[in-house]
Design a protein around this ligand. Structure first.
Ligand code: ADP
Ligand code: MG
Length: 698
């Protein structure tokens, strides 16, 4: 290991860097020449892809280049900053409504600028809030006269202040590529490189920073995107090989008489999809190596039933089982449902949450310590030290997207290689699931129970409030029940509560005063929540006003209307989850999305998608597209992989190639012992150690 000061020296001797800039780069984790090479351009501008201003057409996504001919502030209804640019062929206007003063100082008449965005027609062609880059005059000469492709780098204020702009970096790379780049080691085996026609690693770096032409740039990008996926997939393949080689879990090979009995007494017919997943789970459980399976199924597809069947298999094989839910409300509900189902079968079921009394807790603990087979349903309170499972053989985690990797891991570590089933109602396509959820096997419930009707979903503006409340009143008089949900206000749980509380007061005095209304929110004490939830479930409350605490899992079949206030503040998957609170019986159900008249464009898209489809798979995919991988999973907290260049949604084909190659390689050489894989092995050991550890427990 080098000391930090030596590492700093490494970059400061590069042309154009020096000690000050080297220190800034160091601070952002760019310490070595290799780190610098991995600081990829955020985009490239290629003359051949630039559209002349005379040939624009509306709705087209374009990149254009021109000289700023005019710039200023226009004070019409909404003040805006505008520039007008020209090339030899024509003129184009670009406008900004935000940060007007910033743009006023940034753009000067006579500067050359590139703009990217969608062309609209408004008294002439126009770009609104385009992406932009400024050029130096020498660069523009270069671009226009030699047709060179120019790289633009990401930056922030600190970078800018120290002069680490795209121009400096381009110069630095130019000199760097004149050196011998023998510190860049090729780690992909030759057979793979040949099969996929990759550029050599050093050449790929050169072509991404200083592309010779578009073909070379595309090949460089392809290689780096592939690498992003390949190392992750390789890690998963290695782990899986490792797990399969360690048969030290439970083999639940005894028949489960209680499962047979339970199946016979079910009040409904299981869907084919439910049967198929139970079969898959059963097969996993029979084997000695621990099950590690993800069960994906849309809201209301009946995952709980599948979980209960797995639980019965485990209990009849003499072990303890745990079911962990993300909220107390959901844990309680699971507890009541499961107790109702399993009581006739004499199954011992306990509930353990933050609100469980000390006395009860002690009793549960004592029972667990005897090692007697039983089921404990709970929240992350199950993770607390002192909850001593003696004989934990099955762990089920519900609504897994709500838990961090660490929380899941902790419960699993309570047992000696227990079987693990995680369930999620945010289903994503199989390849993406395999990427996101590490080394899990995936089962999918792709069918809803037969008696379901799609929830009629409408989008209404606030001025229709009176009609909406009338409609809710009508449904309630018909003997049905309703939810009214207020949104989460990111910054403060208090505000969140205030919206719901105020709504409650307003409605219970105003238009809905004739009905039995209750308020439910996350800050209430456990027993109070429990009381309200079960009163609602028994039909003693007509309308439940709530914060998003009802989002996951709550299951009251007689509820047929859900009104979502300020629906524009929710993400798509969240809206779909909330909508899933209704439509749980053969009765027709309704979801009303209420928003102000003026909402952003993506919020409008979300509302439209919700009114167009009830299919959770489509919704999750659209949500993933709208938000991007990182936001969808909240990668940082959740321990999901992050990628430098690749986008798992757009680059799904490359992802599939990488997966195929990685799993093929491990099948052939499970310990990476072959000479041809020695560089690869070294690379994995040096670069991916942390991620290897994280993924092991997912
Ligand atoms: P989720 O998959 O969202 O967790 P649940 O397990 O809560 O869904 O199931 C939703 C409702 O559907 C529950 O009331 C459950 O009892 C019921 N259900 C489950 N399977 C079936 C089926 N095959 N036919 C009819 N109703 C079912
Ligand atoms: Mg559920």
């Amino acid at each position: 290991m080098k000391t930090p000061s030596e590492q700093e020296y490494e970059l400061q001797f590069l042309k154009g860097i020096g000690p000050k800039r080297a220190a800034v780069l160091f601070k952002y984790g760019i310490k070595t020449r290799e780190d610098l090479l991995n600081f990829f351009p955020r985009r490239h501008i290629d003359r051949s892809r630039i559209i002349p201003l005379s040939s624009l057409s509306p709705e087209q996504e374009v990149t254009v280049i021109g000289k700023i001919e005019a710039a200023g502030i226009r004070r019409s209804r909404r003040p805006m900053f505008y520039i007008v640019i020209s090339d030899e062929s024509g003129l184009l206007e670009a406008i900004w409504f935000n940060s007007i003063n910033y743009f006023k100082n940034l753009f000067k008449v006579g500067d050359w600028v590139s703009l990217s965005g969608k062309v609209v027609f408004y008294r002439g062609y126009q770009l609104t809030h385009p992406d932009y880059d400024l050029f130096e005059s020498a660069e523009i000469d270069n671009l226009l006269n030699t047709g060179k492709i120019i790289s633009f780098y990401p930056g922030n204020d600190t970078f800018k202040r120290s002069g680490l702009n795209s121009k400096t970096l381009r110069r630095t790379f130019h000199f760097l590529f004149k050196e011998k780049l023998d510190f860049i080691r090729e780690m992909l085996p030759e057979s793979l490189r040949r099969a996929r026609a990759f550029l050599e690693r050093a050449e790929a770096y050169r072509q991404i920073h200083e592309p010779r032409d578009m073909t070379h740039l595309d090949r460089a990008i392809y290689r780096f995107k592939f690498e992003d996926f390949f190392f992750l997939q390789l890690m998963l393949a290695l782990q899986r090989a490792h797990r399969k080689a360690l048969p030290d879990g439970f083999a639940f090979d005894k028949k489960s008489p209680r499962l047979e009995k339970f199946y016979k007494t079910l009040p409904f017919k299981m869907t084919e999809a439910q049967k198929k997943t139970v079969k898959e789970i059963r097969k996993d459980m029979r084997r000695p190596e621990p099950m590690n399976r993800l069960l994906q199924g849309d809201v209301g597809s009946g995952k709980t039933l599948v979980a209960v069947m797995a639980i019965l298999i485990a209990l009849d094989n003499g072990v303890q089982a745990a079911l962990m839910a993300p909220t107390e409300i959901l844990a309680e509900q699971h507890f009541f449902t499961i107790q109702k189902w399993l009581k006739p079968l004499k199954v011992d079921v306990h509930l353990l949450t933050g609100s469980t009394s000390a006395k009860k807790r002690k009793a549960i603990k004592e029972e667990l310590e005897t090692g007697a087979p039983c089921l404990v349903v709970g929240t992350h309170a199950l993770n607390e030290p002192g909850v001593g499972f003696k004989n934990l053989g099955l762990v089920i985690i519900d609504e897994q997207h709500r838990f961090g990797v660490m929380q899941r891991g902790r419960l699993i570590e309570r047992g000696a290689h227990p079987d693990v089933l995680v369930m999620t109602a945010t289903p994503i396509p199989r390849t993406l699931a395999l990427t996101a959820y590490g080394s899990l096997d995936v089962s999918i419930i792709d069918e809803m129970p037969a008696n379901r009707r799609p929830v009629a979903t409408v989008w209404r503006f606030e001025n229709r409030a009176a009609q909406i409340y009338d409609f809710i009143g009508e449904r309630v008089r018909a003997g049905e029940q309703a939810y009214i949900v207020y949104p989460l206000v990111e910054e403060s749980e208090k505000l969140d509560l205030k919206a719901a509380t105020e709504g409650f007061e307003l409605l219970s005095k105003g238009s809905l005063s004739r009905f039995r209304i209750s308020l439910l929110h996350g800050r209430m004490k456990g027993p109070e929540k429990e009381k309200i939830m079960s009163a609602f479930a028994r039909g003693e409350i007509d309308i439940m006003i709530s914060t998003t605490v009802i989002e996951v899992g709550v299951d009251v079949a007689n509820a047929t209307v859900i009104l979502i206030e300020h629906a524009e503040r929710f993400g798509l998957s969240q809206l779909h989850q909330l909508r899933g609170r209704v439509g749980r019986s053969a009765k027709k159900s309704y979801c009303i999305l209420k928003t102000p008249y003026n909402i952003g464009e993506t919020a409008q898209q979300r509302m439209k998608i919700m009114t167009e489809t009830n299919d959770g798979f489509i919704i999750a995919e659209k949500d993933l597209k709208l938000r991007g991988w990182g936001d969808f999973f909240g990668t940082r907290q959740s321990g999901m992989p992050e990628f430098k260049l690749a986008n798992p949604i757009e680059d799904r084909e490359i992802l599939e190639q990488a997966r195929e190659d990685a799993f093929g390689l491990v099948a052939e050489d499970p310990l990476l012992r072959k000479e041809a894989h020695s560089e690869l092995k070294r690379f994995m050991q040096e670069n991916l150690k942390e991620r290897m550890d994280l993924i092991r427990i997912s």
